[in-house]
Design a binder for this molecule. Structure first.
Ligand code: GAR
Length: 207
């Protein structure tokens, strides 16, 4: 069993996609051991509760000191006993202590085709606003390993999605989620559970 902790900040539709994939047997050998949120009111926490998954909140309100917050995050992850950490709409840049301790064991879903529209300041709806502003005709989503940079780690899976005439950021976000994110995130977890993702020369290869 690949013990997996899922980190969230908001609605948790990607968390739901993982929960559904596990419960419907589309991904095997994976157990979600904990959901960790930096927001007390994240709807994702209700999704976890409904699925019978324990959750931990590590918020800046409870830990105004950044160092303390970082230590609490690390402790929550260590306590979960997770072998894999999935950032599913977790909108906090992880401290280096975490990325170092869990090197090669943290993945993130990003709502664009990296290296487009990524890095600091590119998260959530903003990514789609920028894609529409630039007038790209194709966008998509990326699952990648998390290193000490922002959206710079080895890419595991990507899926392209068309931009359509009349798209708003909200419409485009929904299409990217439906056609790409909710599919490739569970797929990447399954590949990792099957030991089919190998890091080589700074790149992730599917074997
Ligand atoms: C998703 O679109 C995810 O790709 C994005 O936040 C959204 C969370 O939605 N993540 C980032 O932008 C990370 N840089 P969800 O809470 O419904 O899964």
């Amino acid at each position: 069993m690949l013990k997996t902790a899922v980190m969230v900040s908001g609605g948790g539709t990607n968390l739901q996609a993982i929960i559904d994939a596990v419960s419907e047997g589309r991904i095997k050998g994976v157990q979600i051991v904990r959901v960790i949120s930096n927001k007390k009111d994240a709807y994702a926490l209700q999704r976890a509760a409904k699925a019978g998954i324990g959750s931990t909140v590590v918020s800046r309100e409870d830990h105004p000191d950044r160092r303390e917050f970082d230590e609490a995050l690390l402790k929550a992850l260590d306590d979960s006993g997770a072998d894999l950490i999935v950032l599913a709409g977790f909108l906090v840049v992880l401290p280096a202590e975490v990325t170092r301790r869990y090197a090669g064991r943290i993945i993130n879903i990003h709502p664009s085709l990296i290296p487009s529209f990524c890095g600091e300041g590119f998260y959530g709806l903003k990514v789609h606003e920028e894609a529409l502003k630039r007038g790209v005709k194709v966008t998509g989503a990326t699952v990648h390993f998390v290193d000490e940079g922002c959206d710079t780690g080895p890419i595991i899976l990507q899926r392209a999605v068309s931009v359509e005439k009349g798209d708003t950021p909200e419409i485009l976000q929904r299409r990217v989620m439906e056609q790409a994110e909710w599919k490739i995130l569970p797929e990447a977890i399954e590949l990792i559970a099957e030991n089919r993702v190998v890091l080589k020369d700074g790149r992730a290869e599917i074997v």
